[in-house]
Design a protein around this ligand. Structure first.
Ligand SMILES: C[S@@+](CC[C@H](N)C(=O)[O-])C[C@H]1O[C@@H](n2cnc3c(N)ncnc32)[C@H](O)[C@@H]1O
Length: 257
């Protein structure tokens, strides 16, 4: 579900790019932006926000998707970005190598989120920042909440794969992970992204690209099921323009000195 970089950008990257600068403000790296690890870097939207703000930073992007890492490498060339194929729970970095380790829209996709946060802590130096954000799937993530509610209305099996079920997506989920990893001064909050879809199709068509759990679910439907879902979403959203605000939860903690 995370293979084609252009499709990812069309479905989610256009919004993660908007979320990234607000996330950087929230986690507040202070002067600690020399080496920044971007866990689950995807096509590089967080790395781009870091390098826009601090052109002298070195970003190490890690993602299991070879296609995404390759796309990010092409995007940055030699300017401050190193892309590595790897996993959050086994980051290809030595202990305490980073000033900050961040994950934008990733923790809910990890098979073992606690192991991922533990490794984020391991690679970050004492006093460094570990930070993460995930969409508020069960509440204010309007783009996907609307999708999953409509899907459950026409297909009862949708409820079992609703993205709100992942523990990091729940209220307090990411704060508990950070406290459990022994990070200190853990704090968090909400970020908002205004989303405007010029037409209903601008909202709907990216779901056909097979990106993420919602794209996966849409693709697996037969033609009749897909048409029923499209009709239910059109009934809820109208022809467009469609405007909504989507909310993400963020958290940051410090590695004890
Ligand atoms: C929603 S995308 C976010 C990408 C990017 N951070 C952004 O915000 O645009 C989720 C990313 O998590 C990556 N991912 C999935 N499983 C992972 C794992 N075990 N370790 C690290 N990254 C993972 C996916 O390949 C994908 O790039």
């Amino acid at each position: 579900m995370f293979v084609d970089a252009a499709s990812y950008e069309r479905f989610m990257g256009r919004w993660s790019a908007v979320l990234a600068p607000g996330f950087l403000d929230a986690v507040d790296l202070g002067d600690g932006h020399g080496v920044v690890v971007d866990v689950g870097c995807g096509t590089g939207n967080l790395a781009s926000a870091v390098l826009d703000r601090w052109p002298d930073a070195s970003v190490v992007g890690v993602d299991p998707s070879e296609a995404f890492v390759e796309s990010a490498r092409r995007r940055f060339g030699d300017s401050g970005f190193r892309g590595e194929v790897g996993y959050a729970a086994a980051l290809p970095l030595p202990d305490a190598a980073a000033d900050a380790t961040l994950a934008l829209l990733v923790l809910n996709f990890l098979p073992d989120p606690a192991a991922g946060v533990a490794d984020m802590r391991r690679v970050t130096r004492p006093g460094g920042v570990v930070g993460a954000t995930v969409w508020d799937y069960g509440g204010g993530m309007a783009m996907l909440r609307t999708y999953w509610d409509a899907a459950a209305a026409v297909r009862p099996d949708a409820a079992a794969v609703d993205e709100a079920l992942a523990s990091p997506a729940r209220a307090g989920g990411i704060e508990a992970l950070f406290a459990g990893a022994g990070l200190t001064d853990v704090r968090g909050g909400l970020l908002e992204v205004g989303m405007r879809f010029e037409t209903f199709d601008d909202y709907w068509r990216p779901f056909l690209l097979g990106i993420g759990p919602a794209g996966d679910f849409t693709r697996a439907l037969d033609d009749a099921g897909r048409e029923a879902l499209r009709a239910e979403l059109l009934r809820r959203l109208g022809d467009g323009p469609v405007e909504m605000t989507s909310t993400a939860r963020w958290v940051r903690g410090l590695v004890p000195a």
